[in-house]
Design a protein around this ligand. Structure first.
Ligand SMILES: Cc1cc2nc3c(=O)[nH]c(=O)nc-3n(C[C@H](O)[C@H](O)[C@H](O)COP(=O)(O)O)c2cc1C
Length: 134
């Protein structure tokens, strides 16, 4: 079974704590069912999500997420087969966008359009290290 990783960014549409809680609750339940793990970094001005699991399930989740009207401007930065999971312990790790992350100003200035897959992947690997040492 091929293991697949996808990372996308998007802009929340109508963001508040209860919307976020609803997204996370549904995501964790669906992901456990589908064998998907990953992480969601979020703030009022950005979502950044890492999904990993069986290729078909990850692609199906991406298609559902793309149709979701709670966010806009979804852009896929990484979509590739990988040898192993990085977030295997988490049905969906959640993090309010951390201080070393892009500022709101950076995002307004086009950081998402300029971001490289390596830069985005590195955000998540740093998040993972911090969660593991916490
Ligand atoms: C930012 C964001 C992240 C999401 N993450 C996931 C996820 O990890 N897994 C998932 O199944 N659905 C996720 N969803 C929810 C899907 O968009 C969708 O609402 C859900 O899969 C139900 O789809 P359906 O009503 O077509 O069955 C996410 C939605 C948003 C807005």
């Amino acid at each position: 079974m091929d293991l697949f990783r996808a990372i996308y960014t998007s802009r929340p549409f109508g963001f508040d704590q209860s919307i976020l809680s609803g997204i996370l609750m549904h995501a964790r339940r669906a992901n456990e069912r589908d064998g998907i793990t990953g992480a969601l970094i979020c703030r009022a001005d950005i979502f950044l999500q890492w999904l990993e699991g069986p290729e078909e399930q990850v692609r199906d989740a991406l298609a559902r997420i793309e149709r979701d009207d709670r966010h806009i401007e979804m852009k896929i930065h990484v979509a590739e087969l990988v040898p192993e999971r990085e977030f295997g312990e988490w049905a969906m790790l959640h993090d309010p966008a951390v201080t070393w992350f892009w500022s709101q100003r950076d995002i307004d200035d086009g950081a998402l359009e300029r971001a490289t897959p390596e830069e985005i992947t590195a955000f998540f690997m740093r998040l993972k290290r911090e969660k593991q040492s916490a």
